[in-house]
Design a protein around this ligand. Structure first.
Ligand code: GAL
Length: 326
């Protein structure tokens, strides 16, 4: 990319031939992509989409696994900087580490797109070649609440005048987990529906933990549970296994909602085993991230307060499910 800017594409190709070296990529530059951990269902879809788009555009892409360890990710960022990448796309391990990450990329002057875990506007304001592409998590929480409000009894299956729920939360350090937890319930209370929280447990976005939490709660609270809110689909699929093992039937004696619209969840919504989910648009966010990266590479800078670019969530129900299935 840098060479291309200085000499133009044709000249660079000629130089590469003359020097008998094959350039790393015909058209693009080098892009380093840091993912918080590979072992995450939604981020796997996201990273595959990102890698495919960047490769198709001719960039030399290297995608690394932060293994849910911020120190490891800091090393990876430093390695990319040493290798002279033209741009970075980073899914931070910890939102609270945003200052360190921004400091590293700013010092190196690398244009950077942050994805999936949103820092505050103040944190981003220190570096004008930095932008966040993601979603507004409160929107997905509100949509989960609306999915429950749209059921025939507004979630009050036993007719006792209140909706009794359990909340299976993602990683509580994560803004998506915090806002989905808050706004799903807020949608109900804003609509004048009384709620009762039977339990709230962290499931760290993980299917097995979702299953375990739901299993324990079903044993403890039994028929009292009318709604299972899960901050994501992978934990909801785990919860569904526990619900079925307990002999309960989704949409008859219990409701279950997730977020992401993973393929597995779409199948369950279609089959009536999940009340609904919310599309977390991995492809839309990946293409938004690539577009923002290219604008940064083209010299664009971002002013304070304009450094977050949002992609909309979409409610997924049995009525519109076919629009989302491959
Ligand atoms: C969320 C997504 C979760 C998990 C998390 C990781 O947006 O819904 O499934 O991938 O990001 O930060």
């Amino acid at each position: 990319m840098k060479l291309r800017k200085l000499f133009g594409a044709a000249a660079v190709s000629a130089m590469a031939l003359a020097m008998a070296i094959v350039p790393a990529s015909a058209d693009g530059g080098k892009v380093g992509v840091c993912i918080y951990k590979f072992d995450d269902a939604f981020m796997t879809t996201y990273r595959n989409a990102l890698e495919e788009m960047l490769t198709e555009k001719g960039y030399e892409v290297s995608v690394v696994d932060g293994k849910n360890d911020q120190a490891e990710q800091n090393n990876q960022i430093n390695n990319f900087i040493t290798q002279g990448v033209d741009a970075l796309i980073i899914n931070p391990v910890m939102t609270s580490a945003a200052d360190q990450i921004i400091d590293l990329v700013k010092t190196a002057g690398i244009p950077t797109v942050l994805i999936n875990r949103e820092p505050t506007a103040e944190q981003m304001a220190v570096y004008d070649k930095l932008v966040y592409v993601g979603c507004d998590a409160s929107q997905s929480g509100t949509m989960q609440g609306e999915l429950i409000l749209d059921t025939e009894n507004k979630g009050d299956i036993n007719g006792d005048g209140k909706v009794s729920y359990i909340m299976i939360q993602g990683d509580p350090e994560n803004i998506d987990a915090q806002l989905r937890t808050e706004y799903s319930v807020k949608a109900l209370t804003d609509a004048g529906v009384e709620v009762e929280e039977l339990d709230l447990q962290r499931g760290d976005w993980d299917r097995a933990k979702g299953q375990e939490i739901a299993q324990n709660d079903l044993t403890k609270f039994g028929d009292e549970i009318e709604v299972v809110f899960s901050n994501n689909d992978d934990m909801a699929i785990g919860a569904l296994q526990a619900i079925q093992a307990a002999g309960r039937t989704v949409n008859e004696d219990i409701y279950l909602v997730g977020v992401d619209a993973l393929d597995a969840a779409l199948n369950e919504v279609k089959a009536g085993n999940m009340t609904g989910t919310v599309l977390n648009d991995a492809v839309g966010q990946a293409s938004g991230a690539v577009e923002a990266m290219e604008e940064l590479l083209g010299g664009k800078t971002y002013a304070e307060g304009e450094q977050s670019i949002y992609v909309d969530y979409v409610k997924v129900t049995p009525e519109n499910i076919d629009e989302f299935m491959n």
